[in-house]
Unconditional design. Sequence first.
Length: 458
Amino acid sequence: MPYHTIIEPFKIHSVQRIAMPGSDEREAALRRAGYNLFGLTADDVIIDLLTDSGTGAMSAAQWGAMMVGDETYAGSRSYERLRSVVEDLTGMPEVIPTHQGRASERILFSIVAEAGMVIPNNTHFDTTRANIQFQGAEARDLVIAEGRNPSADHPFKGNLDVAALRETIAEVGRDRVPLVMVTVTNNSGGGQPVSLENIREVRAVCDEHEIPLFLDACRFAENAWFIKTREAGYADHTPRQIAQEMFSLADGITFSAKKDGLANIGGLLVMRDAEIAAQCRNLLILTEGFPTYGGLAGRDLEAIAVGLGEVLEESYLEYRIRSIEYLAEKCRDAGVPLVWPPGGHAVYLDAKALLPHIPQSEYPAQSLVIELYREGGVRGVEIGSVMFGVVHEDGTEQPAPMELVRLAIPRRTYTQSHIDFVAEVVLSVAERASSLPGYRIVEQAPWLRHFTARFEPI
Ligand code: F0G
């Protein structure tokens, strides 16, 4: 079509009211929450960009499928439907449902990882890292150098540094690397994609050493779209063909259905190896449930089975990736510093560059995230020194490498005018950036402090 505007490829069938707290109410909410946006309630927030996880809208087809969900405890029809969809997509026969991605990670790493081992990844997501460390193993990030530089232009900033992978295996020894992971897209590195060429190179290194390769496939469909539009030779492939090629290079996947499963809950642990899968199922029964439902209701399995089809529709992916880029372009064109090129599910504002007057010890990304809420009720998430700063025993802190604010866009949930509004809020805060204050922490937990810490403006 000769038109410029890429429209939402759906019409709205059911709506949810957005609360419209005024500026006095937002100020009161901030004070009540100790300036921590995790302490806000849904009714405090106008546009919620805290996460794209489980916050998307399901389709009429998904809701319809839920009505025929089969709640049989063992051998549910809904499991059989999901299993066949997943096997067709991944080519992997062992399909284990879990309640969400981190449950898949916990089960997998309880079985394959132990103290002294190293698990390489482009960048581990927090829960993956935590589950690896919980086993006493090391989670090592080996993303390419461009992936660590917010403004370095590269089509696949999520690629894993293959030379660094070789060095890691040589350094720690093949027996202490139980598997290699690649996260598609690389959420902790800005939602950046990984090329098929890179996955193929990683596979070759794994083959040389007989090490299994697992994908953290939470955003596999978004990654497939980037391959289609950026990698030579794939323009004529369908997203499904590209996804199938990605999966054909892996031995297994961990998956959160709350992202590219287009569902509100659910996860998967999928693999080729029947023996490891049997061990995983034994652990699954201990905490998640019987292997044909794994902590989910039959209706959830149906929603995921349908979602895995819808997420690969070209009109959906074109709209999805374009809607993130649209917000990112509006910010960039107004001179707001951000991670560029934009990723597949979120825009990451660079608070260190926008607020050079706030030292990292006074949490510039926290200041920005607070101000976006104060200005327009927009809730993002701080990804900086509050989340990743290292607190030493003497109370001093080592700041995080970057000070980012992530604005994650829920799937099929907000319209273009919502996004226009978000851009206006970002631009208006950016205009008065030099007046934003730093913050100090007045209360914090010994770990994962970002969820509950309380702050005070300086
Ligand atoms: N891996 C990646 C790359 C993720 O982004 C997430 C979740 C998980 C694993 C864990 O999945 O939440 O279903 O247990 N990311 C969410 C986010 C929470 O906001 O980025 P889960």
